[in-house]
Design a binder for this molecule. Structure first.
Ligand SMILES: CC(C)(COP(=O)(O)OP(=O)(O)OC[C@H]1O[C@@H](n2cnc3c(N)ncnc32)[C@H](O)[C@@H]1OP(=O)(O)O)[C@@H](O)C(=O)NCCC(=O)NCCS
Length: 142
């Protein structure tokens, strides 16, 4: 298991789904807070199982943070969700997870959508705001 423990607190970064459950993910997202549809456990698990890369940060046995990425491994990587346990925010966990994502997605361009509360975080981590992104919902009858 790789240890990317360069946070202000000591965390282990783990790759994969080990230690995660839909309930654990939903609790972290609600607490962070990260607004995502997490009421349906099957849907939450599908989001994670179908991701190219899932990284978790552990403070002892406590889930400190999660990052989830879709990547082609060549050109583009899309950071879907990053969330850190509120009691452990501002202690370097988010930076550690981003560093681990950048390491594993080296050579690709990492793209993400921010929120009002996280834009300063990405700015601090040397992300560049781009103005040429377009978004359209693919509507579903489900
Ligand atoms: C955004 C988030 C992931 C940051 O994680 P974190 O572990 O608290 O961030 P870190 O401690 O690694 O911070 C890294 C740097 O960014 C700064 N930073 C972190 N959050 C910040 C914020 N909201 N505003 C300004 N700076 C911020 C830190 O002070 C630190 O700066 P330093 O390099 O001078 O020490 C976390 O606050 C979170 O989970 N928020 C709720 C969910 C969310 O918005 N996720 C992002 C979705 S796009």
């Amino acid at each position: 298991m790789p240890d990317d423990g360069n946070a202000d607190i000591n965390v282990n970064v783990r790759e994969g789904l080990r230690g995660l459950t839909p309930a654990r993910i939903a609790t972290l997202y609600r607490r962070a807070p990260l607004l995502r549809p997490v009421d349906d456990p099957d849907q939450v698990w599908a989001m994670f199982e179908r991701s190219s890369l899932v990284l978790t940060a552990w403070h002892g046995n406590e889930l400190a943070g999660i990052a989830r990425v879709l990547t082609d491994g060549v050109l583009y990587s899309y950071l879907c969700d990053l969330a850190v346990e509120p009691d452990l925010q501002r202690l370097g966990v988010g930076r550690t997870l981003i560093d681990a994502v950048l390491d594993r997605c080296a050579g690709t361009e990492l793209v993400l959508r921010d929120s009002d509360i996280s834009s300063s975080f990405y700015e601090r981590l040397d992300f560049e705001r781009v103005g040429n992104a377009w978004v359209r919902e693919a509507e579903s009858d489900r």
